[in-house]
Design a protein around this ligand. Sequence first.
Ligand code: MN
Length: 320
Amino acid sequence: MISLLELSEKLLKEKSAALFCHVRPDGDTIGSACALKLALKSKGVNATVFCTDAVPEKYRFLSEANNIVNEYSGVFGEFSALVAIDNAEITRLGDFAEAFTKHKNTYSIDHHSSNTRYAKINYIDAKSSNAENVFALITEMKAEITPEIANLLALGIMTDTGGFRHKNVSARTFYDAAKLVEFGADMHELYFHAFTRQSKERAKLFGKTMTDIRYFKEGRIAVASVLLKDFKSTGAKQEETEGFIDFVMGVDGVEVGACVMETETNKFKISLRSNGTDVNAVAAEFGGGGHRLASGCKITGEYEEVIDRLVVAISRYLAD
Ligand SMILES: [Mn+2]
C-alpha cells in the first residue's frame, strides 16, 4: 500500500480532483470528503465532491454538505484525479462508478477492511472511521485544520462510531477527536444534529419498528423490520432508519441485531450488528460485506422467506 506521505505528495501534485461519497451518504463519507476538498483547495488543488444520492437533511447544517454535486453532465476527464472516499466497493459510487472505472488516475481512501482495491492507488487503513484517515492525510499535507474542517472530520468519527459507542472505538479514536476539539470542532452541536434531533415522522416509525422487533434463538437474534407500508403510514424516509440498529443491540440478551428494510417491493437492505459474532461472514453469504461487528447486505424475496434465510445464516455463526 502507498504510504501516507506518498499519498499526500501525489494528491498535492494534482491539478484538480473529483471526490466521491458513497451511495446513501452517511456522516463519515460526507465529512471526510468535504474536509479533504477544503484542505486540497487550501493547497491549490481544485476539488469538487460528488454523490449519487442527496445529502440527508440532518447533515445540511454543515454548509459544505450543501455544495455536494448529485448530478453531473460533464466528463470526469476534466479532473486530473478521481478519489473515492469511504467506498469499500466500486458499486458504492452508484451512477459515478462507470466514469471512475474509465479514468486513468484513480484513488481510493477508505477504512473498510473488505475494500476490494478497485482504484489505481489505494490507501486503506482500518481505523474506526475514514475521517481519521483523512485527518492524518490533511495533517501530512500540512493544510490548516480550520474549525470547519475539524467539524467535518469530527462528524465522520462521531457517526461511524455511533457517537463513540461502537466496539471500533479505541484510544486512538479519542486522541483524534480530542485534537479536533482543539481545532474547533463543536461536539455538542454535531451530536445533536447527528443523533438527537429527528422529524416527527421518524419518531413515529421508530416507535412502530421497535414495538414489533422479532426475536429468534431464545432472543439472541433480534430483527427489526421496516416495510414499504411502514414508510407510507408514517411518512418517514428510508434514510431516517439510521440508528435503528443500535437501539436493537441494546435489548438484553441480543447478540446479533438486524434491521431489515424494504427498499422496493420484495427487495430488502439489511444492516447487521453483533457483539462478537462474525456478521461480515453472514453478509458475505448474500454478497454483502463490511466489518466483523457491523456489516450489511441485500436480499430479494418474500419478506418471511428473507427473514428465514437471514436467521438461518446468522444462526450458523452464533457461538454454541
Ligand atoms: Mn465510514
